[in-house]
Design a protein around this ligand. Structure first.
Ligand code: ASP
Length: 367
């Protein structure tokens, strides 16, 4: 069955490759020259927020010349909806992981982001999802990697955390686990969006015979989603969900489901969700490093996030960004590229979103 679908997809891919002209626009990879940017931002969360939620939709923001006002409004609308879904739970006293799941599900169900429905396709033309969640109150964590049938991978990650004594379940086992837990499954074709197929084809045309090897301009393609939360009980938590990278090598797993790399939370320090070139985020254990700097070196959240994302990762070529929160509810957006789809809402401030690094979060006018 799976084989039949795979071979259908492969023939579709080959057919489309033949019809796409070699000089079709590859400006998708055109690198944007960042203007004056504010790479580390601290949005106002109010003086004593009871609860806070911050989210991201990936560091791969579109170049300005490819972003229409209409598209930007669409991104902002989904971010706003995700913030409100999480906020609703926090307002009612729900815990952080529940709010994170609610917010991330909205972004997974949208085809705008590289997660859930809109996940990037791998070298075989399949969507393979990675997701993780961590509860900073008790250091519980759950993750799934390389799943292909789970409609909302973040729900499966939460189920691993709350219903098993494992941390990470991968591949067919993850799909099987989700079915056992009565989570919503989807036909693999549900994840085959036209946009993602086009991206895969363009990628293959550009780099025939290669997998998603790194090149700086690909920064424009990171679209992972994530959330960090402070709940009414004073606990912080983090979650991340992704399709990985377009044309990734079959079986490749990124940083998102790796606790300490793309996702981490501890009430003793901070909660972090990352987006960017996963191999670097894994090698530099980015999320844990930011929190460890606070815990052991006495750095503030802002200093730690700046040190790791801007000073350490950027010169090495590790493109990307993080959202982070400390137990006081202070939020930091730290970006080493042109921006990050992002937003924040608290018990004291409305839903606000931003896209580019030189913007600060503001209320959506289109809602
Ligand atoms: N970090 C993700 C990965 O490498 C990609 C992304 O952020 O979009 O799998």
């Amino acid at each position: 069955m799976t084989k039949t679908i795979a071979s259908k997809i492969l023939s579709l891919t080959l057919l489309s490759l033949a019809v796409i002209s070699a000089n079709s626009s590859l400006s998708l990879w055109a690198e944007e020259k960042p203007a004056a940017q504010r790479p580390v931002q601290i949005p106002d969360v109010g003086s004593r927020p009871n609860w806070v939620i911050a989210i991201h939709g990936g560091a791969g923001v579109k170049a300005h010349d490819q972003m229409t006002a209409e598209l930007a409004a669409q991104y902002r609308a989904v971010l706003g909806k995700a913030l409100k879904a999480g906020a609703h739970i926090l307002q009612d006293g729900g815990d952080g992981p529940k709010a994170i799941e609610a917010a991330i599900m909205i972004m997974e169900d949208s085809d705008l982001f590289n997660a859930g429905r809109g996940a990037a396709l791998d070298s075989h033309g399949n969507a393979r999802h990675d997701a993780a969640i961590m509860n900073g109150a008790n250091m519980d964590a759950g993750a799934v990697a390389g799943s292909s049938r789970i409609r909302n991978p973040i729900s499966a990650a939460r189920a691993v955390m709350e219903r098993t004594d494992n941390v990470l379940i991968a591949g067919a086992g993850a799909d099987w686990f989700a079915a056992e837990q009565n989570l919503s499954l989807a036909d693999p074709l549900y994840f085959q969006t036209e946009r993602r197929r086009d991206m895969l084809l363009k990628k293959r045309l550009k780099e025939p015979g290669k997998f998603a090897e790194y090149e700086a301009s690909q920064a424009a393609l990171f679209g992972t989603v994530g959330a960090v939360v402070l709940d009414r009980n004073g606990n912080i938590s983090a979650g991340t969900s992704t399709g990985g990278r377009t044309n990734k090598r079959y079986g490749r797993i990124g940083d998102s489901p790796i606790i300490g790399a793309g996702t981490y939370a501890s009430n003793d320090s901070c909660a972090v969700s990352a987006t960017g070139h996963g191999e670097y985020f894994m090698r530099y254990t980015v999320a844990r490093d930011i929190c460890a700097r606070m815990e052991f070196a006495g750095e503030t959240l802002e200093q730690a996030a700046k040190q790791v994302v801007i000073k350490l990762l950027k010169p090495k070529g590790g493109d990307g960004a993080v959202i982070a929160i400390d137990p006081g509810g202070k939020v930091v957006f730290s970006m080493n590229g042109t921006g990050m789809y992002r937003g924040v809402m608290t018990s004291e401030t409305p839903a606000r979103t931003a896209i580019y690094a030189n913007e600060t979060v503001r209320e959506n006018t289109s809602e």
